[in-house]
Design a protein around this ligand. Structure first.
Ligand SMILES: NC(=O)c1ccc[n+]([C@@H]2O[C@H](COP(=O)([O-])OP(=O)(O)OC[C@H]3O[C@@H](n4cnc5c(N)ncnc54)[C@H](OP(=O)(O)O)[C@@H]3O)[C@@H](O)[C@H]2O)c1
Length: 332
């Protein structure tokens, strides 16, 4: 048995970077019976509201892509909010999904769950084998609790809940607020604005030496749709009570922040100098996921890094830069 195309699938956080890509990819795969609620319509930290929602809607499958998310600065500045909101959202959603009889659930985590000095590439079994990166420890601990929760429900209640750990994602509808954004959208915005102003240089945070892996959000979403749609016997290879229900989703390739900044500059058309502000934190020195478990199930990404950045920059110029230019004209 596998999930039918008419299955009711609840995508939590469907307006976010990951959630919106999930909706596009689910619809592209023929899943039309989606259950969606905005944050304003359903506050996922409200246990009573989440319980009432699940009892009313009775979805067959759930993808949990709602979370409090941010870059190094936001994680380091608001650790209490990151740990509390994420713990509460995932506790409410996983528990009420089980109470409502949801069979398959994908819990979206992040590669920051692995130890700071983890051997590279990072395999799923390296979870909880060493100290975490301090700048996002609160967020990572919440995500680790979510993985443990999926496993515990599988062991005690026989559910099939899978924690999906994506690498750094970017794509359509990304967050370009420099206070809270991740490195790639921040670079796109800085280079675009630098180009428009005719700046001679753009400042990039950190030394430029950390190596990172990036995946286009629609590729990540396609991997989730692929996993959710696996027939029972293949799904059971990764989700059964005796094994940690965890799977990495990545591109399997890494790039230094310096080379990434150069690539973004090429795509955006910024020809000035890149200056590295070494007083700013670098985060983990290297982060590359081992994606052999996913590859063994037959999934591979479709977009190159350059192609993903081109599509993302196109979306930025159409939807973000154009609307902020309109706002400036209106204020003037
Ligand atoms: N972006 C990445 O690079 C990346 C990488 C790896 C893993 N992930 C994982 O993917 C998941 C989604 O990330 P994302 O980048 O898509 O984040 P995002 O763009 O910030 O989207 C998160 C969504 O969750 C909603 N949300 C947040 N708090 C909520 C609440 N209390 N009740 C209801 N809805 C709430 C948000 O609604 P509002 O905007 O209205 O608050 C938003 O639609 C997270 O679990 C994250 O760990 C992301």
């Amino acid at each position: 048995m596998s999930l039918g195309r008419d299955a009711r699938i609840y995508v939590a956080g469907h307006r976010g970077l990951v959630g919106s890509a999930l909706v596009r990819q689910l619809r592209a795969a023929g899943y039309e019976n989606l259950v969606l609620r905005t944050h304003a319509e359903l506050e996922l930290t409200d246990a009573d509201a989440v319980r009432a929602f699940f009892q009313l809607e009775k979805p067959q499958a759930v993808i949990l892509a709602a979370a409090k998310v941010g870059g190094i600065l936001a994680n380091d500045t608001y650790p209490a909010e990151f740990i509390r909101e994420n713990l509460v959202i995932q506790t409410n959603v996983v528990h009420e999904a089980w109470r409502a009889g949801v069979d398959r659930l994908l819990f979206l985590g992040s590669s920051c769950i692995y130890p700071r000095d983890c051997p590279q590439p990072m395999k799923e079994e390296y979870l909880l084998t060493g100290p975490l990166e301090p700048t996002n420890r609160a967020y990572a601990v919440a995500k680790i609790a979510g993985i443990e929760m999926c496993w515990s429900y599988n062991r005690q209640y026989g559910t099939r809940y899978l924690a999906v750990m994506p690498t750094n994602l970017f794509g359509l509808g990304d967050n370009y607020d420099l206070e809270t954004s991740h490195v790639l959208p921040a670079l796109i915005r800085k280079m675009h604005e630098g180009k428009k102003r005719g700046d001679q240089k753009v400042v990039v945070w950190g030394t430029g030496t950390p190596r990172r892996e990036f995946l286009y959000s629609d590729d990540m979403a396609q991997a989730c749709v692929y996993l959710l749609g696996l027939p029972d016997e293949r799904f059971a290879k990764i989700v059964r009570p005796s094994i940690l229900p965890l799977i990495n989703v990545g591109a399997g390739k890494e790039i230094t922040i310096r080379n990434l900044a150069e690539l973004v500059a090429q795509v955006v058309g910024f020809s000035g100098e890149l200056v590295f502000d070494t007083t700013k934190p670098d985060g983990m020195p290297q982060k590359l996921l081992d994606v052999s478990r996913l590859a063994a199930l037959g999934w591979q990404p479709k977009y190159s890094l350059r192609r993903g950045i081109e599509l993302t920059y196109g979306d930025f110029t159409t939807n973000v830069a154009a609307s902020s230019a309109d706002a400036q004209r209106l204020r003037a």
